[in-house]
Design a protein around this ligand. Structure first.
Ligand SMILES: *Cc1c(COP(=O)(O)O)cnc(C)c1O
Length: 468
């Protein structure tokens, strides 16, 4: 019986002539449709052989082909709603862009642009002009440079300033405290990056305590620089000490070394005004005498993925001319978004216009009012929730352990794991926290444009709860 139903399966050519197939070809193209019909026929044969089906008709095959193409073509990089309360959420794409940045990306994406074109001379320009002047203006640095991300900024700096050269074929020494040999995440570990760059790592001090003389002792003629790495994703507490940046700069000057400061997130705005610990600013590092300072574009800066380097003009120039630069350079969409984001710092409206800062600065009564409004709407829909005090996190390698007071919407459901997974399966997916057997929604990280979709999604779990 299976044999006869197998023999009755149509050929791909026959299916192509079926009236239902024409709409498939129209939507998905002929080549992909043929591939999907073949795959659907394979599935049918497997089912008939296994006996799980006794016959399968053309409608089943065509439907199957459509489902295959839908799943092949469905984007995996999709918009998502962040209700976790973690503001710079690396897994959810870090910083949402300011409206002006989105507009700038669109302008540059839809057509040609002045990426490397000098309008004055009509000849070749350089892509480094687009964000560089703004960065210099904001930070007061002599030079500025943008690369693909901050990991690239660290790699490029070490390779260019301490990597192998004709005079130093083994690379030059880089002093770093053992308390700063960090792993950022995603396999980015300082000792590995150092090895990749060709620089020679010289570990100094101990895990908890490093003194200025620890840096001084191993200095040799081929030592190039002192690298300081901000502890951006963990805290060191208790019996600890390390020299200030100014002390490191003093020592470096004595021995003709450079000081390179990896700030990680870096902030251009004082975080203490929000009751947070001070996040080091690029301006402060430069003022303390660092030769080169680097930070991410999409952490507390609130822009696109980028690595930003600011510092002494001659040092920046050295990086610009390194062969790695061509491999690490930013694309036009990044530069458009970054320049538009930076403008807000110069105009002084970053707190209002850059989403990351708007979320950090969102007044507590506003968060509470939002949570209460949602609680009322959901309770009217039969899904009671409670508004409770809690904490939002900065996240993304910024201000580890630092929390902002917030108000949360806590929704008690029979199975919070199942409810959270349903929310993730929705369109758009909604990401929440689970605490004490409740779904926890933090209004602080939910953008205004996401509010309606969030409430629709939450109402839908009520139906799911009641149906099961
Ligand atoms: C986040 C971080 C990096 C890496 O920055 P990306 O922009 O994510 O590449 C490097 N160093 C420190 C200290 C960081 O916090």
């Amino acid at each position: 019986m299976a044999d006869s139903s197998l023999r009755q399966l149509p050929s791909v050519e026959r299916l192509l002539g079926h009236p239902l197939t024409s709409s498939l070809i129209e939507s998905y193209g002929r080549t992909l449709t043929i591939e999907a019909l073949r795959a659907a026929l394979d599935d049918a044969r497997a089912r008939l052989r296994s006996g799980s089906e006794s016959s399968l008709d053309n409608a089943w095959l065509i439907h199957r082909a459509r489902a295959k193409m839908d799943s092949w073509l469905a984007p995996t990089l999709r918009r998502a709603i962040n209700a976790t309360g973690v503001i710079v959420h690396t897994n959810l794409g870090r910083a949402p862009l300011a409206d002006s940045a989105i507009q700038a990306v669109r302008e540059v994406a839809v057509g040609y642009s002045t990426l490397e074109f000098d309008l004055e001379s009509g000849g070749r320009g350089t892509r480094s002009v687009h964000a560089e002047a703004l960065l210099k203006h904001i930070t007061g640095a002599e030079g500025a440079l943008v690369v693909n991300n901050n990991a690239a900024a660290v790699l490029l700096s070490l390779a260019a300033l301490a990597g192998p050269t004709r005079d130093y074929p083994q690379g030059r020494g880089v002093l770093i405290s053992r308390s700063q040999l960090v792993e950022i995440g995603g396999g980015f570990r300082m000792p590995d990056v150092m090895a990749q760059s060709g620089a020679r790592m010289i570990e100094v001090g101990t895990t908890n305590r490093t003194h200025l003389h620890d840096y001084a002792t191993p200095i040799e003629p081929n030592t190039a620089l002192i690298l300081r790495v901000h502890r951006s994703n963990f805290a060191l507490l208790g019996f600890t000490t390390e020299p200030s940046l100014a002390d490191l700069v003093g020592l470096a000057r004595e021995h003709d070394l450079m000081v390179v400061d990896d700030l990680g997130s870096g902030a251009l705005i004082d975080t203490t005004q929000f009751g947070l610990a001070p996040e080091p600013t690029a301006q402060a590092s430069l003022a303390a005498g660092a030769d080169l300072v680097m930070f991410s574009g999409d952490k507390l800066l609130g822009g696109p993925q980028a690595g930003i380097l600011v510092g002494r003009g001659a040092v920046i120039e050295q990086l610009e001319h390194h062969p790695l630069m061509r491999a690490l350079r930013p694309d036009k969409l990044c530069l458009a978004a970054l320049a538009a984001t930076l403008v807000h710092y110069l105009k002084g409206d970053a707190l209002e216009q850059i989403p990351v800062w708007r979320m950090i600065g969102l007044p507590l009564p506003e968060v509470e009012a939002r949570a209460r409004r949602w609680a009322d709407m959901l309770s009217a829909a039969g899904l009671p929730g409670e508004v409770i005090p809690g904490h939002s996190a900065i996240g993304g390698g910024s201000l580890p352990g630092e929390m902002l007071p917030t108000f949360l919407l806590a929704i008690r459901v029979p199975s919070p794991d199942e409810a959270a997974s349903r929310l993730r399966a929705g369109d758009p997916p909604v990401i929440v926290r689970i605490e004490d057997d409740c779904l926890i929604v933090d209004p602080r990280t939910v953008l205004d444009r996401d509010e309606d979709d969030l409430l629709v999604a939450l109402r839908s779990i009520k139906q799911a709860v009641h149906h099961s």
